[in-house]
Design a binder for this molecule. Structure first.
Ligand code: PLP
Length: 400
């Protein structure tokens, strides 16, 4: 067996990507699979953005650029942070990367080290803990109770802090729960964070996908946190640009310089054509975002209703943001399938893919094995058919 780098050898594959890949594989083999596993909008990138990319190509913007992006893009990022989040940043305090994922990893790798703990409220996006482990630090997974809307409370946070705590990653709206931290909640945890003096990484990639109220920014509510705060964002979800790979990051100048240095040695600048597209995305009309969010809201309402009428599924909180629902499937876990108990969310997902040809993601890698994640980034026709199939299978299984 080849001896790999220890941290890479221990790295877990992304559960969400694996679920989507399995669904695609089955579809290619001719199986009629409906995927509710996708972590990307099913809308196309707006035409104006594609046009800007075409023009950039035509104009020969096909060369290396500065590592953190061209200066017009950095100006556009500053404009976005002011317009959408009411945060003031200078161009030396922002940068672009090849997707939010790369920005998040490079920030984590730049800030944390062996012996450090980084708090991750769970359920959480599958990649955060792996990124922290890769940096040499330890993820400290802190459950955010479903009874509290899957939001970490000030008390949860106080209990999780210790002498090793060096950072926290807050993701609102949250993948996978759809939970949005409101102003009061953020104010309460901000006081604990200020006292703790740890790094606060805010992952805002779903910021525009909210269905009740806007997601306020923690650094706007408590500006003093900005001195030890990193904004992680991406064009992937807001502008349906997952394939373009354009992430954005903002933070103190010294950190941005370090992250750029790391990026300069591991990948270099983000794609030059995607940078031109990103300038148009960030500075042009923002109307398409509202249209997409309107459609997601309709689907969210439909999905909540269907989940709540499914035997074996419960969804006490209405997900207020992102495009996921994260129901509890505890009553299904004891059910037998192929002679064995389903045991956990991953087991339920495997069974539904086999029996209903519906792909979703088990909750195990999100830190909540009694749940499954359902993405509604697909058409209403697909959603209707998928829920009809799931309902038939679980009714039969539970004799309900
Ligand atoms: N953060 C969260 C919570 C996500 O769910 C994702 C993607 O699924 C990302 C960051 C990264 O997105 P990207 O790398 O496409 O910008």
């Amino acid at each position: 067996m080849i001896k790999l780098n220890r941290r890479v050898a221990e790295l877990r594959p992304s559960a969400t990507m694996a679920a989507e890949a399995r669904a695609t594989e089955l579809k290619e083999a001719g199986v009629d699979v409906i995927s509710l596993a996708a972590g990307e909008p099913d809308f196309d990138t707006p035409e104006r953005i594609k046009k800007a990319a075409g023009q950039a190509m035509g104009a020969g913007q096909t060369k290396y650029t500065p590592v953190g992006g061209i200066s017009r893009l950095k100006q556009a990022i500053c404009l976005k942070l002011k317009r959408d989040n009411e945060l003031d940043y200078e161009t030396a305090e922002v940068m672009a990367s090849a997707g939010g994922k790369q920005g998040a990893f490079n920030a984590i790798a730049s800030l944390f080290d062996e012996g450090d703990e980084v708090i991750i409220p769970t359920p959480a996006w599958v990649s955060f803990a792996e990124m922290v482990r890769l940096s040499g630090a330890e993820p400290k997974l802190v459950p955010a109770a479903e009874a509290h809307g899957f939001r970490l409370t000030a008390d949860d946070l106080r209990r999780a802090l210790n002498a090793k705590s060096r950072g926290i990653i807050i993701n609102s709206p949250c993948n996978p729960t759809g939970a949005v931290y409101g102003e009061d909640h953020l104010r309460a945890i901000s006081q604990v964070l200020l006292e703790a003096g740890i790094w606060v990484l805010c992952d805002d990639v779903y910021e525009h996908m909210t269905y009740e109220a806007r997601a306020p920014h923690l650094f706007k509510i408590e500006p003093r946190l900005k001195e030890r705060g990193i904004v992680l964002n991406s064009l992937s979800k807001t502008y349906a640009m997952t394939g373009w790979r354009l992430g954005i990051l903002a933070g103190p100048r010294e950190v941005v310089t370090a992250v750029s240095r790391l990026q300069g040695q591991n990948s270099g600048n983000p794609n030059s054509i995607a940078q031109a597209a990103a300038i148009e995305a960030l500075t042009g009309t923002q109307d398409e975002v509202a249209v997409m969010v309107g459609e997601f809201r309709t689907r969210r309402n439909f999905v909540v209703e269907r989940i709540r009428s499914l035997p074996g599924f419960s969804l006490p909180n209405v997900p207020d943001g992102a495009f996921y629902a994260f129901p509890n499937v505890t009553p299904l876990l004891a059910a037998k399938w192929k002679g064995q108990a389903l045991a956990d969310g991953d087991g339920v997902a495997r069974m539904l893919l086999d029996e209903a040809q519906v792909a979703l993601v088990g909750g195990n890698d999100f830190g909540a094995p009694e749940h499954v994640r359902i993405s509604y980034a697909t058409s209403m026709t697909n959603l209707r058919e998928a829920f009809d199939r799931v309902e038939r299978v679980v009714r039969k299984m539970l004799g309900a």
